[in-house]
Design a protein around this ligand. Structure first.
Ligand code: NDP
Length: 314
């Protein structure tokens, strides 16, 4: 049979993120007009990791663009756990600070768990504190981590049904896979979580109406992993440096990617093999421009929510 090739709809995460940011800016303006209050996010970065520096700069810029206050506290690579705990304690005590974000990963030798557990849960806009993790698991009000919360917003606003559908998540990290499973369950999906020890991955992923890849492996998810017509969400953010691979990977879009590799040394790719999966999936998020922008938008939203809750306004 000469079947016409299917082309997945590209889900424009960047557009949805802009929509959410407009709502956040309007909410911030209302808080200022009605209560004379401007929400404030403090981002703490320890050490010299260049990727972390870019992430924090983007978050601070987003705050400025939406009319929120922000501070960027840079601490040296040699910072000890106790010094970072003291910084967090100061921010917890500051009445004008609504959101505290400690950019991960922290340098080796700093006790990440202790630092996260020291953040006041009412200011934990990343949603990583065990109290917020527990609340999410119980379906109670807290802060959900930004990347999974952004994925739910994308599915909802794109009109992709979740209730009663089979969602399969590849990756079980505390930042993406596990909290996303909780959120999808709350939205009445049937959820399967896969990881590095999962046997026969494709037989599980192929059952999914919604397939989420949050692994950190270039092009792991191929056509054989995808049920025809499924929604595929690519969370992965990986650097591809091989121009020959980019040619296969991106099909028609390869020339721009190959140019990026020759200019910057890499192009950003996800966990999904886009040229193959686009021929099987019903819809697919691009990398970049899919899940990434939603993460920042949801951080802004959590910050305004924290400001409202801390003043009894929710
Ligand atoms: P982690 O490294 O914490 O977790 C990766 C998960 O993938 C683990 O659960 C691991 O299993 C699983 N895994 C590894 N190899 C395989 C395999 N071959 N088959 C099946 N499962 C596998 O990563 P994160 O969750 O922090 O991030 C995942 C990706 O998402 C990264 O590329 C990261 O950069 C990106 N990311 C993007 C964000 C965005 O805003 N767009 C935000 C956060 C992350 P096991 O548990 O058994 O080790």
């Amino acid at each position: 049979m000469n079947e016409e090739k299917r082309r997945a709809k590209i889900l424009d995460g960047a557009r949805v993120a802009e929509e959410i940011k407009r709502e956040v800016a309007a909410e911030a303006a209302r808080l200022k007009a009605e209560h004379g209050y401007v929400p404030c996010l403090v981002a703490v970065r320890v050490g010299n990791d260049p990727a972390s520096a870019v992430y924090v700069r983007n978050k601070v810029r987003a705050c400025e663009a939406l009319g929120l206050r922000s501070e960027h506290h840079e601490l040296p690579e040699e910072t000890t756990t106790d010094e970072l705990l003291a910084e967090v304690a100061t921010l917890n005590a500051r009445e004008d600070v609504d959101g505290i974000l400690v950019q991960l990963p922290l340098p080796r030798g700093v006790d990440e768990a202790r630092v996260i557990e020291a953040i006041d849960p009412s200011k934990d806009v990343d949603g990583f504190h065990p109290v917020n993790v527990g609340r999410l698991t119980l379906g109670r009000t807290g802060f959900a981590p930004c990347t999974p919360a952004g994925i739910i917003e994308l599915l909802t606003r794109e009109g992709i049904p979740i209730g009663g559908r089979h969602a399969c998540i590849v990756g079980r990290s505390h930042i993406v896979g596990r909290p996303l499973a909780q959120l999808l369950l709350q939205h009445d999906a049937t959820v399967t979580i896969c990881h590095s020890r999962t046997q026969e991955l494709s037989s599980l992923t192929r059952q999914a109406d919604i397939l989420v890849a949050a692994v950190g492996r270039v092009g792991l998810i191929r056509a054989e992993h995808v049920k025809p017509g499924a929604t595929v969400i690519d969370v992965g953010m990986n650097k591809l440096t091989d121009a020959a691979m980019a040619k296969d990977f991106f099909g028609d879009a390869a020339p721009a990617r190959i140019e990026a590799i020759s200019k910057r040394g890499f192009t950003l790719v996800g966990d999904v093999y886009p040229s193959e999966v686009a021929e099987v999936a019903g819809s697919l998020t691009p990398v970049p421009g899919g899940v990434g922008p939603l993460t920042v938008a949801m951080l802004m939203r959590n910050t305004v929510t924290a400001a409202r809750r801390r003043r009894g306004l929710s």
